[in-house]
Write a protein of this length. Sequence first.
Lengths: 225, 426
Amino acid sequence: MALLELNGIKKIYGNVRALWDVSISVGQGEWIAIMGPSGSGKTTLMNIIGCMDKPSEGSVILDGVNISKESARNLTALRRDKIGLVFQQFHLINYLTALENVMVAQYYHSLPDEAEALQALGRVGLQERARHLPSQLSGGEQQRVCIARALINYPMLILADEPTGNLDEANEKIVLSILRNLHAEGSTIIVVTHDPEVAEEAQRTIVLEHGLIAAVTENKREKAE
Amino acid sequence: MFLRMVKGALFRQKGKMLMIAFTIALGASLATAMLNVMLDVGDKVNQELKTYGANINVRPKEASLLDDLYGMEENAAETARYLREDELGNIKTIFWAFNIVDFAPYLETRARLNGADEVRLAGVWFDHHLELPTGESLDTGLARMKNWWDVTGEWPSDGDTDTAIVGGLLARRFGIQPGDRFTLTIGAQDVDLLAGGVFDSGGAEDEQIFVPLPVAQKLAERPGLVSRVEVSALTTPDNELSRRAAQNPKGLSIKEWETWYCTAYVSAICYQIDEVMSGAVSKPIRQVAESEGAILEKTQLLMLLITILSLLGSALGISNLVTASVMERSREIGLLKAVGANNSPIAGLVLAEITVTGLLGGVAGYFAGLGFAQIIGRSVFGSAIEIKPMVIPIVAVLVFVITLAGSIPSIRYMLSLHPAEVLHGR
């Protein structure tokens, strides 16, 4: 059974068709890349999969739950329990340390556990920088904190929006390496990206254009060790 | 974690939080200053008004009755009984003794001036030292109660038994200058007096001669007696209870009577004076008492309006600052929602931050307000404003309410935020 099933998704804003009849199935442990030019509907699709928006039509089944029919409160709970979000802009809370930023996600999920949060920072190579504020971290380090925060509650699905979009080449490699490791450990990952190199890391690339699926490409790359 | 988040927000965003705390402090200081001044302004204005004379007239029962019925003030002195001079000290032993600022006894009669025309004569205490039954002492008299009189020459002292002060109109009619001597005669008694001063009061007193009380008592052959007493007392403005009590104190319930008796209403003070002076009827000089009440009420209303307006201004300031702060933090709030926070914990977080800020601002504002109150007291009334402990809970509640009220728009805005809109712009 697929972890995520999108059937005939449409999203309309006024006269604008942001998404039109999009159907995607994502299996457990799969790594999917979503590509497309600006305005193609990538962000809208990301918001719907991430339980931050609802489709105008169609159904979205996440782990057996039709999220297109859930209330805002239930969507928040689903997001909290099943999804880890990674943002292009990192969206760290600027008055909390790296460690506290990770613990925030724990706090709203269950109970904050400092040791576990430190461990998560260790997985992205930032244990030493745990007590630093975001302003004291580089862009790459901030993105790694963002990934650690996404991982902390052991989500079923990691949803990354342009995770390397604001990073230099060296940091891009570090972040991709982390994602590769997560995938190797069995995480299901959906990455929205402009970057073909990032997309190549995925097993499948879905290309959107004008809200429609323009192409689906199976990548030949072997699953990272 | 909650505390860590609150602490982080407070200590790592000092600038913003200090600005909010400053606004709250400003509102709290204004409220504290205005409330303290408002609660003390009654006494202050009362003291100011007391410099303009008496507000209670104490007369013997019969004189009072004749005056009430026929307006026979002149004849009353002929027929009425008198008040006893040795009981005057009792006025300072009543329940509201501390509110009695000054009093002056009068023995009023008529005498022939220099063997010719008959003039009105009053024996008074000019500046009398009185040993009270309580063991305390008091200096009181006409010179203290009529300190606005324009006197040419000197006020006589109580020790000068041959010195008088003459009303301006009378002095000009008879050509009396300060330092001149004149004779007063009643029947077979006469006395030679020195005009120590000539005064202009702008009232009926300008046709009178004031002499030391013992001189008048001797001339009128009324030793140890006075015909009336003027009392200047600090009073609380009248209300419905005091008006009912003034008409008939016995018509009050026990509880009402106790409230009335233990409040410095002019009618309660009159009642208490009547209790300690034999055959006395005390009556408020209505015009003065009511004017004082009206001035007090208007002053207090003005202070209250200023307090309310300053608090409204403060609430608006807090509202704008908190809303601006929340709008600046919309991404952070969107993120918290994205990682699974519901509206209530986020509202709780923001409210906790504002409450702590409000508490700090409120405490700072309270103490600053005490300082402002003293500045107002010194510059307007020339004396310190008494600090009223009851202002603390009032200011605490006001700060809580205005902070909460000021936070409502920002919380509404926060609850309406969708994470997708603030994090992804859609």
